[in-house]
Design a protein around this ligand. Structure first.
Ligand SMILES: [Fe+2]
Length: 426
């Protein structure tokens, strides 16, 4: 009998395959380079090992390669019976998830994790801001991720992955000191954990430690290969700090090396679109000139990569890109046909961006304010949603309402108000 690193029984006869599977799962949990080859090595070594195919499907899905994910799931389903009850449940959960049946997948995953809390690959689908809870569009999504990860913590002991996920949930709920203690612990257990490095970057951002964050992340990123799933997004974090320090030369170098659509980024499309639109807009609000070509490229990428609405976080960034590129037809399509669980927030934000592009600051303020009471429902992290916060502050200031902008900044982002990250003075 073989087991995975979390002591779950796996149906493969070979210890070598079990080791390769443990490595591949760790690769996914750590956001390490070589993820697809790691799972391919498992399926090549034992084509009858169903969970190897499920893992490969999840790896492809992580990069947004849905046809390849579907094919791998088909292979998993085609294998003869003989799986354990956990493996059957694991396979079923990913089958639903990869088929796009989000609500059914969520129900199956919660039930699965209740029975097998140490099935990390299944738990991982709900444990961060880009997961099933994170994109649920529901009020209280941040608290729900914290409750989910806190409930799992006692089952994991000294585990670098679970601890880093718990730290992220603490950070996003504003428990920054506790988050920092947990991420220090997680990274002490395994430093080369890109998701852990990401969490520390968020904590450094939330606490306004720009110079410290920029230096630390630069060191961490140096040996991290481009095919690591977090390479583009961590580069975006670094570029934000470059912008905050007014080092625009470094910021553009980072955007052009690993963030923008034409950078050769290997990141998931959601990161390419949202990170590029975000940094361009934040640069503009900081007084940095952004060429029309850059906006046109991200608008075109949004249309090609995400032709249909359905995820508010993606759609809001697409709307921003279309507004700034002057792509009225694409913007109108999002405004008139929003979809998904947070669709109600999308038109107001999109109209706000359109008003910003037209320099109608009063209309921009009015539209953006409407989404502020529960902006977290659109998904993403607090750092990512600062884009919208800063759009509102900028619109208010340019509308001559500086006092209102100051009050809102102090109310919503008190720790960042005094830092260089707040561009609202421009
Ligand atoms: Fe992030």
């Amino acid at each position: 009998m073989q087991t995975d690193r979390y002591d779950n029984t796996i149906t493969t006869a070979s210890a070598a395959v079990a080791d390769a599977y443990a490595d591949a799962v760790d690769c996914l949990l750590a956001g390490a380079p070589g993820l697809i080859p790691a799972f391919e090595a498992v399926t090549e070594a034992d084509p009858a090992f169903a969970l190897g195919w499920v893992g490969l499907a999840r790896a492809h899905q992580s990069f947004g390669a849905m046809p390849a994910a579907g094919q791998a799931m088909e292979r998993a389903r085609s294998l003869p019976a003989g799986l354990t009850e956990r493996e059957r449940s694991h396979l079923n959960a990913f089958d639903l998830l990869i088929a796009g049946k989000g609500p059914q997948a969520y129900a199956a995953i919660r039930a699965h994790v209740n029975t097998w809390p140490r099935d990390a690959l299944v738990a991982q689908t709900c444990s961060s801001v880009f997961g099933l809870i994170g994109f649920s569009g529901q009020p209280g999504r941040e608290a729900e991720i914290l409750a989910f990860t806190a409930a799992l913590m006692p089952h994991y002991g000294e585990d670098w992955w679970m601890t880093s996920q718990y730290a992220f949930a603490l950070c996003e709920n504003g428990a920054l000191a506790r988050a920092e203690a947990q991420i220090d612990r997680a990274l002490a257990l395994r430093d080369r954990n890109a998701h852990g490095a990401h969490v520390r970057s968020h904590i450094l951002y939330e606490t306004g430690r720009t110079a410290e964050g920029r230096a630390w992340l630069s060191d961490w990123l140096a040996p991290y290969a481009r095919d690591g799933i977090m390479y583009g997004h961590l580069t975006w974090h670094s570029a934000l700090w470059s912008l905050a320090e007014r080092d625009t030369e470094a910021m553009w170098a980072q955007v052009d090396a690993a963030v923008a659509p034409d950078s050769g980024s290997l990141s998931p499309g959601i990161n390419v679109l949202t990170d590029t639109a975000s940094i361009l807009q934040r640069a503009m609000m900081a007084g940095v000139a952004v060429s029309a070509d850059r906006w046109a490229a991200v608008s075109a990428y949004a249309l090609q990569a995400f032709p249909a609405t359905g995820n508010a976080f993606i759609d809001v960034h697409a709307a921003l890109a279309h507004a700034m590129a002057g792509n009225d037809a694409a913007l109108e399509a999002i405004i008139t046909a929003p979809a998904g669980p947070a669709a109600d927030l999308v038109p107001g934000l999109a109209c706000g961006f359109r008003a910003m592009a037209a320099e109608d600051w009063g209309a921009a303020s009015e539209n953006l304010t409407g989404a502020m009471s529960d902006l977290a429902r659109i998904g993403g992290s607090r750092a990512q949603r600062d884009l919208v916060e800063q759009c509102l502050l900028t619109s208010l200031i340019r509308d001559g309402r500086e006092r209102e902008a100051q009050d809102i900044a102090r109310l919503r982002r008190p720790l960042l108000v005094s830092g260089a990250d707040t561009h609202a003075t421009h």
